[in-house]
Design a protein around this ligand. Structure first.
Ligand SMILES: Cc1ncc(COP(=O)(O)O)c(C=O)c1O
Ligand SMILES: [Zn+2]
Length: 372
């Protein structure tokens, strides 16, 4: 049986129901039997769609794609420990969010949807706007006023209607939820199809490690779209008997906005209300992550940790990455900063994504370069 399933009350809905939450208000997940045929996988084009039987899109004709995925994964020597970096900044819109947007917008096309709305600190908005443009779907993106100008230009270029919302990231989310009463909500945090795209990160890591799982994955986490996706992907591989364990999932937050850290350290069962301050890691400045409990449950279940790094540590990691030829936006340096700061995170083979391109945040990068 496949379909949508409420994580709160267990209500099932058909896969074709264009809803983004349960009638009870709960978050929806996807029930779907992912299948893997290694012989077919290795013969296909090097894109995330080589795992076709694991992605819940009915018809190939619905697929909206820029041949994305199979990003390189390379070893980087930063001193002690074995670290592999997956170059997720190389997607067509410059961030890993394309994985989620590719599947979500393909599903929207399959459902015959003509208009979508999304709220984002920038990168998810860029990704949804680009894929909507390719699909010929009208798109409105809501962003906080503080979003980097490069990302705003990018969203406008894709032809989306852009609305800048004053106030916090949470104010932008509430405005989007009102808009979603009449328009399909292409939300990267609520819409479960987004995670059916980000899960392909795990499949690629598995294939690039010669069909094995690493010991740990370090990920920047705000709404946890890559962390949750990675977990789903490894869980499916384990269910299919293709790996024997799920790697430790480590969530890295910015010290100035760290609700998941507060939940993890406090042994809590829900995300507490926290005070947050500005951080250069704008991608993870999420004070009230809707799937926060799911993220911390994954961390606990896989034997991982939640850690935080401060802006100075992020800058140091960014400059170090630059000297290795890797130019990424500040949020992307969180896992590398954590790897450098916390010796406990360096055991075994560790994988981390570089989530977004440095060219997206030129203003911030210029300031950091002049400090460095
Ligand atoms: C470059 C980059 N890295 C990491 C993240 C964190 O993603 P999430 O909030 O889904 O955990 C974001 C989110 O916008 C991002 O833009
Ligand atoms: Zn429900």
């Amino acid at each position: 049986m496949s379909g949508l399933l409420c994580g709160t009350c267990g209500a099932p809905y058909p896969m074709e129901d264009p809803r983004w939450r349960c009638d009870c208000g709960g978050l929806l997940d996807i029930r779907f039997q992912a299948r893997f045929d290694k012989r077919k996988i290795v013969r296909r084009k090097p894109t995330m769609w080589r795992y076709r039987e694991a992605i819940p899109i009915e018809n190939d004709a619905s697929i909206v794609s820029f041949d994305e995925g199979m990003t390189p994964m390379i070893p980087v020597d930063l001193g002690p420990g074995e670290l592999l970096l997956k170059l997720e900044q190389l997607f067509t819109t410059g961030s890993y969010k394309d994985r989620g947007a590719a599947v979500l917008v393909s599903k929207a096309k399959e459902l015959g949807i003509e208009r979508v709305v999304e709220d984002s600190s920038g990168n998810a908005g860029c990704a949804i706007a680009a894929y909507a443009a390719k699909a010929g779907i009208r798109c409105e993106i809501l962003v906080p006023e503080s979003t980097s100008p490069g990302k705003l230009a990018q969203i406008r270029f894709y032809g989306a209607a852009l609305r800048r919302v004053p106030g916090s990231r949470e104010d932008t989310a509430s405005a989007a939820m009102s808009a979603a009463e009449t328009t399909y909500y292409a939300s990267h945090s609520w819409n479960p199809f987004f995670f059916q795209g980000t899960k392909t990160f795990a499949y690629e890591v598995w294939e690039q490690m010669e069909f094995r799982a690493p010991d740990a994955i370090l990920l920047p986490a705000g709404n946890g779209t890559l962390l949750i996706g990675s977990y789903i992907g490894f869980r499916e591989l384990r269910e299919a008997g293709l790996v024997d364990r799920i790697p430790r999932h480590v969530a890295v937050q910015a010290e100035n906005c760290a609700p998941l850290l507060a939940m993890f350290r406090g042994g809590l069962h829900a995300v507490p209300t926290i005070e947050s301050r500005e951080t250069i890691a704008e991608g993870v400045a999420i004070a009230a992550p809707v799937r926060g409990k799911e993220i911390v449950d994954i961390v606990r279940r896989t034997g991982g940790e939640v850690v935080a790094v401060d802006d100075a540590q992020v800058e140091k990691a960014l400059l170090l990455l630059g000297r290795k030829g890797l130019y990424v936006e500040p949020t992307s340096a969180l896992p590398v900063a954590a790897f450098l700061e916390y010796p406990s995170l360096r055991s075994g083979v560790v994988v981390a994504p570089l989530t977004g391109h440095g060219l997206k945040a030129t203003g911030k990068m210029q300031k950091i370069a002049s400090n460095g």
